[in-house]
Design a protein around this ligand. Structure first.
Ligand code: FES
Length: 601
């Protein structure tokens, strides 16, 4: 028995059995419902509204998430709901993981191009009865003679098409060499392109570069489609334990995303992905392992070790990447289970690792990696800051999409705010959430402990204190946008985790806060925040604002540098060897630091 399930307003429909939840059906129809908990019923993000039809009974998980009023209105959690008839389902914008602002901008790259792959134009004589050498030997000998090289091997996939290609191109070709191996053969008119990717838990940033000049030709960000399997790495690792099929699908999704990026970036410059002769990928250790289909279970269990931490060079085709036939993907080294090659790339791009003075560098995300550089040493920690600053677990939190309040001020009880794309507010994203917390603290609505006091805009609603940002009247009868006491607690946990990491590093290296000469903030969230709000709530140390530097996607910049310069690759190895990883949970002082870091101000 199947039922027709119709998702509106996205307009996707199909017939499915009653045994599949609406979340599973949505996934199959390509409706990107947010599912942070991976369908456990605990994150409350996969909200949908039944417009008509019958469904399975309301579960206790749903009673916890929805108010009685919302339940009467037909709101359900997609992961908890199974169809009992044909159903039309409304998907609110906040439940969709796209569209989202994906941030690819980073620092300019300044490195003399010195790529691992070089191309050479060759022209050889065609074979004849007096010169019947094999095509491959003819090609290599011509190349070695013409350029004084010592190339001795040809990638097998290149070899397969070599004879017809050389004839089709009239014995003129462009040859790409990586060390002593011929990895690509193309027409003389083709380009020599490279692909750099920052494979994040939430977003994937891709850059197309001309390997010879080192110029970035195009860049683009897309959502990581693995997000349907959980928004943080722990959720995704758990899914791989439960289902081998899910593990395989997650790898396929990552590769599909990379291939999509490669195709779209090439299309922008009238090229084709087969002109990409080298790729570099950076990411956190879990993303790195999932992409390579390496085991990930041990990452989530103490002592949280990676399967491999050295830099790797693997054939792109072995990963599933559809670029030049014999091209390689280079993966920068990881440091620990929760400090990946994106951290190495960030340190490489910002040059923080070379600093003579005390420098703090953070890449804020669902997982925040922090490095403290001092006296030529680098100490790093990883903090589970969680997705609260990305809007998850926050009642009216949302991703950085149209209608999200991104900046907010409370002046004389009046709110001033700005939304992304200038559209009417529907919720608030990370930077708006941070501003809200800071403004409520500065205006005395929240005390040091985060307790919400009295204010004209504060109320108790359904047993919980909340502060009204946009009232029902201001929204023409739609539910008010509020920040609740529970939200404040979640945010204190997130900011507490980050500050604990900073304090632990300072303590480990014997430095006082004031000694930090520069704070480098990397990452999408970090580039949009108002630093003074982060300082006000105590997430970042109280230092003069001119010591803070927001650098955008530094991991992506690091990946680009490693793509165009073999010297930068060597530097990345040096950084990875120099970083001393500190496991926060193992510090005897951890609990005390964390409790202190939870205070506002
Ligand atoms: S509550 Fe449904 S996916 Fe988390």
């Amino acid at each position: 028995m199947t039922y027709q399930i119709d998702f509106e307003p996205v307009g996707r429909r199909g017939n499915y059995p009653a045994s599949q939840s609406l979340l599973e059906i949505a996934r199959q129809l390509g409706v990107d419902l947010i599912s942070i908990c991976g369908g456990e019923g605990t994150c409350g993000r996969c909200k949908v509204k039944g417009l008509n039809g019958k469904a399975s009974p309301i579960t206790s998980a749903e009673r916890e998430v929805f108010t009685p009023h919302e339940l009467r209105e037909g709101y359900r959690l997609a992961c908890q709901t199974f169809p009992g008839s044909d159903i039309k389902v409304y998907v609110p914008p906040k439940s969709l993981s796209t569209p989202q602002r994906t941030q690819v901008e980073g620092l300019e790259i300044h490195a003399r191009p010195n790529p691992l792959v070089y191309t050479y134009k060759i022209q050889s004589l065609p074979p004849s009865l007096s010169d019947p050498r094999a095509d491959a030997a003819r090609l290599l000998e011509t190349l070695n003679q013409q350029y004084g090289l010592d190339c001795y091997s040809i990638d097998f996939s290149v070899l397969r098409d070599l004879s017809p290609n050389l004839r089709a191109w009239n014995w003129r070709a462009r040859v790409s060499l990586r060390g002593g191996e011929l990895v690509a053969l193309s027409p003389q008119s083709s380009c020599q392109l490279g692909l750099a990717v920052d494979l994040g838990t939430t977003k994937v940033a891709g850059y197309l570069l001309d390997l010879q000049s080192g110029r970035t030709l195009a860049s683009k960000g897309i959502m990581n489609p693995q997000i349907a399997y959980g928004e943080d790495v722990i959720g995704r690792i758990a899914r791989t334990r439960e289902s081998l099929a899910d593990a395989k699908r997650m790898q396929e999704l990552a590769v599909e995303a990379l291939n999509q990026l490669a195709a779209e970036l090439c299309a922008e410059v009238n090229a084709i992905p087969q002109e990409i002769v080298e790729a570099v990928v950076v990411g956190n250790t879990a993303m790195h392992h999932l992409l390579l289909r390496l085991p990930v279970q041990q990452l989530a269990r103490a002592p949280y070790v990676p399967a491999v931490s050295d830099a790797l060079d693997v054939k792109a085709r072995d990963v599933g990447l559809d670029i030049a036939a014999g091209a390689y993907v280079h993966l920068l080294p990881n440091i620990a289970g929760f400090v990946g090659s994106d951290h190495v790339a960030m340190l490489l791009a910002t040059e923080a690792w070379k600093a003579k003075e005390v420098v703090l560098a953070l890449d804020i995300g669902t997982n925040t990696e922090i490095a403290l550089v001092s006296k030529g040493e680098i100490a790093s920690v990883s903090c589970a800051s969680g997705p609260a600053f990305e809007g998850a677990h926050i009642k009216h939190g949302m991703r950085a999409a149209a209608g999200a309040i991104e900046h907010l001020r409370l002046v004389d009880d009046r709110l001033q705010y700005h939304t992304i794309a200038g559209t009417p507010p529907v919720g608030f994203c990370g930077s708006g959430i941070l501003d809200t917390l800071a403004q409520l603290y500065l205006n005395g609505v929240l005390d040091k402990n985060g307790r919400m006091g009295e204010h004209a805009r504060a109320r108790t609603y359904e047993g919980q204190r909340e502060f009204i940002l946009i009232s029902e009247e201001e929204r023409d009868g739609a539910p008010a946008i509020t920040i609740t006491q529970h939200d404040v607690r979640q945010l204190q946990l997130a900011k507490g985790a980050i500050r604990t990491g900073i304090q632990a590093l300072l303590q480990a290296k014997g430095h006082a806060e004031e000694e930090i000469k520069q704070v480098i903030i990397a990452g999408a969230f970090g580039s949009y925040i108002d630093v003074s709000s982060a300082v006000t709530i105590g997430m970042l140390p109280s230092l003069p604002l001119n010591r803070f530097r927001q650098v955008g996607n530094a991991a992506g910049t690091g990946a680009r540098l490693a793509l165009v310069s073999r010297n930068k690759r060597a530097e990345a190895q040096k950084i990875a060897r120099r970083v001393r990883y500190i496991e926060l949970a193992s510090l005897p002082d951890f609990q005390r630091l964390f409790v202190q870091a939870m205070y506002l101000g």
